[in-house]
Design a protein around this ligand. Sequence first.
Ligand code: GLN
Length: 535
Amino acid sequence: MNTKFIFISGGVASSLGKGIIASSLAKLLQARGLRVTIQKFDPYINIDPGTLNPYEHGECYVTEDGAETDLDLGHYERFLGVHTSQANNVTTGRIYHTVITREREGAYLGKTVQIVPHITDEIKRRMLLLGQTGDYDVILTEIGGTVGDMESQPFVEAVRQLQWELPEEDCMTIHLTLIPYLHAAQELKTKPTQHSVQMLQKAGVKPDVIVCRTEHPLSEDLRRKIALFCNVRPGHVIQSIDAWSIYQVPLNMHEEHLDELAVRKLQIENFNEPNLGRWKEFLQRLAHPSHEVQITLVGKYVELQDAYKSIQEAFVHAGAAYECKVHVKTLQSEHINADNVAELLSGADGILVAPGFGERGLEGKIHAVRYAREKGIPFLGICLGMQMCVVEFARNVLGWKDAVSTEVNTQTKHPVIDMMEDQKKTTIKGGTMRLGAYACQLEAGSLVASLYGTTEISERHRHRYEFNSKYLEDFTKAGLKASGRNPQTGLVEVVELPGHPFFIGVQFHPEYKSTPENPHPLFKGLVKAALDNKK
Ligand code: GLN
């Protein structure tokens, strides 16, 4: 069987959840026994989202191979349980960068380099690239942005060309739109969808299926009307009604026959019912919790829901494992000081100090760490959160009042968190951190080793600064244990506090690897400890 390609565009409004629809369809096809991956094409000029402030597009998701990618790749991995890579996220910036570099090399032999065909050729090459690995039966491609935007036009044009270049049975297009409900008229409105599909068709792309986001069920009449005006078959207009959890969406899409439409259009001889046993078990536990805990997430990007997406989702997975509803309360670290910390954290059964960059909110994070350490509250610090554990311990236990990370003060006498040697030479920002998966050796008998159930792990990184090994002995003597080290470099990756019910700081990002079917041991550990603490 040839590799099959499914393209998913969006119209009417942004934030309709294209990533969730793509992930849900991919999940259903995977559950039918097909090998599936998803990729995202983003229309912005940044080479990757690594240099973007989380307030812009939410969290930056990091893959095994160290690519800094759009947060939708997190959904892809969580739904499918398979790794993505650099090839799964392409931006306009990366496309242009490749074409312009080739132009400078003289590769175009004096030709005028143009959007069509040179940019669109490069887009198409990348759209088909994962197909050449032979690893996938179906590749879903999410086109970022909204159809009609100037910046996504080259992507839509590339899809138009591929619709003719690929065999008809190897290519499918899905358009996701919004059907708004007008309260005053008490009516669902189809006009924005009609206009959006017209725009897509004007660009030469004919959708095979229209998925309609809606707050209310679509009647048969309404579906027929959309089909009639939008040039698709009746039966190919399906609803995506607001769901109680994003993880319910695959089941909703199956009820709407989206996977069946896909295998029929793509002539995939596959009549298996999707096997979603474990997924449904997870949903059962998620829907019927018998306990609840509050975890306070201390961070500086808390105003934007998506800034800590993977952490939030990891709590959903870990909570379900214990039939426990985890209420994640976000707390702006800038607002925390020595006087209000106890009050602000009073309801917390557990505390997580989040990753981050720069000085803003740093002191508040240190107050939160101290509170968790001294009051015996279950605690997990991630990346910057781990670094602040080290700083807090240095200041308040070792008595080094000026201890800090050289990220914010290079003049300190106690640079307990310092830049790695090979980072010091780097002056450019994009793609220059320690990125992606690194091995970590856990100390036998430590809390982390017992949580993971092994001493050899691999986790993903995204940082410039490290625990300064010069001070390792001082920390160890004073009681902060380095229970995870990089086996090659000896760098400290995990610290923990024996004697405390649950106090762990990790230099890596466990949240990227948590999935509904495999909740992450550290998040499970924190939720379990928070439950015990509550009792
Ligand atoms: N700013 C810190 C560093 O670069 C931590 C990064 C993070 O939390 N992802 O090392």
